[in-house]
Design a protein around this ligand. Structure first.
Ligand code: GLU
Length: 447
């Protein structure tokens, strides 16, 4: 899709101002292309330079994170927090600890988060952060020391009404615990609402752990229903085997589908009977081992090293590992093998070329901003519970999540139809989210 001529200079400016940040360029380009059909209908946004303002983060924080390993050696990592947009609420978004993290990754994630959060309909702005720290192979003490050093700087920038971080790749409940402990110690405040994804015994919320994966499966269920289908008898493939993947598998099974393959950074497993989730959780969450252990235990399962999980035929694909994992080549293979629904559990796992191929082939494609918004939506529910010093039951929280995912699906679908692109969830998600943020920004004056 071409970029509307009134937005071309916006893209040129983003390229010039953020050299070399290719993931950020990709995320911006996708939004500019898909909101182009809305430009004529809302000239007031362009007049007020709303999209140019959205593309420039409100505040960018980069800091040094020194820490000492178990052998007494000192390491220096770089920490980031991108406070991108607070028109709808406090900056909200996770922290990613992964060696690939640099400004371009944090900016793409923060930019996506603005729209994702807007789509939930909840009062949360967009932000993201993280570090190029690699948690792989680190001892528990090293993880704790790193988290404490990271928070020693981050604490001066965050707060319940300012900026509320959570987890992302490499940051789970263990890390959130260490981060919260250090925040509490430095500030002398039991400010539960400053972080989400907390453990249940110190202010965490039911269903937050499961929420991103569950939400993605709920979203697929809605996409199937929109085509007059359901999960029954359908096979699915999920990439990754982290938090998002595990709970996408669990909910898919509960909804009647069968996930036959998942992956990690070294290869993938196929289990035609359906992935044994208890075993997968034990391998990944308790033993923290490679996926190859699965095939050593389950006789009918097969482990394939060094190949892409997208080789496995399926009806539904849920990429839930990391950015740009489905390129044109993988998309072609999925289409050839009969896949009809793709929903992004991860952030931007599908390249623009692959998205185009899916759409041209009539494959229903649910972008991450919509399909994986269940995680951050449940974080907003955690903030609500913290603000009222309350805690809801699992059932009530799960019902709220399902309702939110259904609402997001409807919003995407109706917006796509309103702008003459029925079935185009990318356009629907981006336009619905953009108009919401833009209207809030117009109301707040020149900010
Ligand atoms: N990192 C997750 C995301 O990409 C969750 C963020 C949050 O809960 O704040 O949306």
């Amino acid at each position: 899709m071409p970029i509307h001529e009134r937005l071309e200079n916006v893209y040129a400016e983003v390229l010039a101002r953020n050299p070399g940040e290719v993931e950020f360029h990709q995320a911006v380009r996708e939004v500019l292309e898909s909101i182009s059909p809305a430009v004529g209908k809302h000239p007031q946004y362009a007049d007020a330079k709303i999209i140019s303002r959205i593309c420039e983060p409100e505040r960018q924080i980069i800091f040094r994170v020194p820490w000492e390993d178990d052998n007494g050696e000192i390491h220096i990592n770089r920490g980031f927090r991108m406070e991108f947009n607070s028109a709808l609420g406090p900056y909200k978004g996770g922290l990613r600890f992964h060696p690939s993290v640099y400004l371009g990754i944090v900016k793409f994630l923060g930019f996506e988060q603005i729209f994702k959060n807007a789509l939930t309909g909840l009062p949360i702005g967009g932000g993201k952060g993280g570090s190029d720290f690699d948690p792989k192979g680190k001892s528990d003490r090293e993880i704790m020391r790193f988290c404490q050093s990271f928070m020693t700087e981050l604490q001066r920038h965050i707060g319940e009404y300012t900026d509320v971080p959570a987890g992302d790749i490499g940051v789970g409940s263990r890390e959130i615990g260490y981060l919260f402990g250090q925040y509490k110690r430095i500030t002398n405040r039991y400010e539960s609402g400053v972080l989400t994804g907390k453990g249940l015994i110190y202010g965490g919320a039911q269903v937050r752990t499961e929420a991103t994966g569950y939400g993605t499966a709920y979203f697929v269920n809605e996409m199937l229903a929109a085509r007059g289908e359901d999960f029954a008898g359908k096979t699915a493939v999920v990439s990754g085997s982290g938090n998002v993947a595990i709970y996408a598998i669990e909910k898919t099974h509960q909804l009647g589908g069968r996930v036959v393959a998942c992956s990690d950074s070294t290869g993938y497993i196929v289990d035609e009977k359906g992935i044994d989730l208890e075993l997968l959780k034990d391998i990944k969450e308790v033993r923290r081992e490679r996926l190859s252990s699965y095939a050593e235990t389950v006789s009918n399962a097969r482990y394939v090293e060094g190949a892409q999980v997208w080789d496995v035929p399926c009806d539904v694909a849920m990429p839930s590992a990391t950015q740009n994992e489905i390129t044109g080549k993988e998309a072609e293979r999925l289409i050839r093998n009969g896949c009809t629904v793709v929903a992004e559990g991860a952030n931007m796992p599908t390249t623009p070329e692959a998205v185009q191929l899916f759409q041209d082939a009539g494959v229903a494609f649910g972008p991450g901003k919509a399909a994986n918004a269940g995680g951050v939506a449940t974080s907003a529910l955690e903030m609500q519970q913290n603000a009222s010093r309350d805690s809801w039951t699992f059932e009530y929280s799960e019902d709220r999540l399902e309702e939110i995912m259904r609402g997001i699906h409807t919003r995407c679908r109706e917006t796509a139809e309103e702008y003459g692109m029925p079935g185009n969830y990318v356009a629907g998600a981006n336009i619905a989210a953009y108009t919401r943020v833009a209207d809030a920004m117009l109301s707040l004056g020149l900010i």
